[in-house]
Design a protein around this ligand. Structure first.
Ligand code: AKG
Ligand code: FE2
Length: 310
């Protein structure tokens, strides 16, 4: 039996940054998860993203495999990924599509892969609009996270995290029918996110669960219900390092719902050259840094290598 978790609700449009930052601090220390309302991304756009996502995932497998993941952009088929290295499962029952930074074409080549415009005419435009809007919500949220950590609101800019951030939009599709199997198959097996912060849009089909205490046995998994118009935000491991574990990167997973499910996760991670080093306000003589400083790009590369190793 699982119970639904009542996560805190943070309003990104609140005119009072100080009280919002206080609420964020509490949410991140207690849960590492919260709902973000009024993110400045229209519901109509979110619905179009899911409709276009469905158009892509409905294409024949050979078509999708033409855009197979390269440079961490493009399509990953069912069972390609096992997020829980301790599990022997054949992989997660999800397929996905990654879209990386939308570089200014005058300065850097676009490494993204896009479905043919003849087949999916408005697909790229929809995804680019969504990417830009969520990135802008994420940057605003990071200024509040900085305040929540007693830093200046432009802290993440000053340390170089937001100069060409490593921000990846991942469209996810969990099929409804899985066929029979002896092994336990997860939509997404238990994991914590690797980076700074994740903003997740879900389509209303249940499945996401969190485990607030990973050391407790047996583990208690609680449902995170969908809230219309809200993003589900969670703290990633890199932010946990930055804050010396003050902010929690919480274990989560997606259970098969017996019903098809779409979601879109936006992983907002620092520029690869940004060095993640314990914040002064988060360590002391009695609580020294638990992790050495690390270049963000090196950390993420290793985590991704392990995920796609098998
Ligand atoms: O699809 C979801 O609800 C969660 C996906 C997720 O946790 C991830 O991709 O890291
Ligand atoms: Fe995740």
């Amino acid at each position: 039996m699982t119970e639904a978790l009542k996560l805190p609700i943070i309003d990104l449009s609140s005119p009072d940054p100080v009280s919002t930052a206080n609420s964020i601090r509490q949410a991140c220390t207690e849960y590492g998860f919260f709902y973000l309302v009024n993110p400045g991304v229209e519901q109509e756009l979110v619905e179009r993203v899911f409709a276009e996502s469905s158009n892509f995932f409905s294409l024949p497998s050979e078509e999708k495999m033409k855009l197979a993941r390269k440079e961490h952009r493009g399509y990953t088929p069912l069972y390609a990924e096992n997020l829980d290295p301790t599990s022997t499962s054949k992989g997660d029952s999800k397929e996905s599509f990654y879209i990386g930074p939308l570089e200014d074409i005058t300065t850097v080549v676009d490494l993204n892969q896009w479905p043919s415009e003849e087949v999916l005419t408005s697909w790229r435009h929809t995804m680019e609009s969504f990417y830009r809007k969520v990135l802008s919500a994420g940057k605003k949220l990071l200024s509040l996270l900085a305040l929540a950590l007693n830093e200046d609101e432009d802290f993440f800019e000053k340390v170089g995290a937001l100069d060409k951030p490593s921000a990846f939009l991942r469209l996810l599709h969990y099929p409804g029918e899985l066929g029979s199997s002896d092994e336990e198959i997860y939509g997404a097996s238990a994991h914590s996110d690797y980076g700074m912060v994740t903003l997740l849009a879900t389509d209303g089909v249940q499945g996401l669960q969190v485990c607030r205490d990973k050391f407790k046995h047996p583990q208690l998994w609680e449902d995170v219900l969908h809230v219309d118009g809200a993003f589900i935000v969670n703290i990633g491991d890199m932010m946990e390092r930055w804050t010396n574990c003050l902010f929690r990167s919480t274990l989560h997973r997606v259970m098969p719902a017996g019903k098809e499910r779409y979601s879109a996760a936006f992983f907002l991670d620092p520029n690869p050259d940004c060095v993640v080093k314990c914040l002064e306000s988060c360590c002391s003589e009695s609580s020294p840094p638990r992790f050495p400083p690390i270049r963000s790009g090196d950390y993420l590369k290793e985590r991704l290598r392990l995920t796609y190793a098998s």
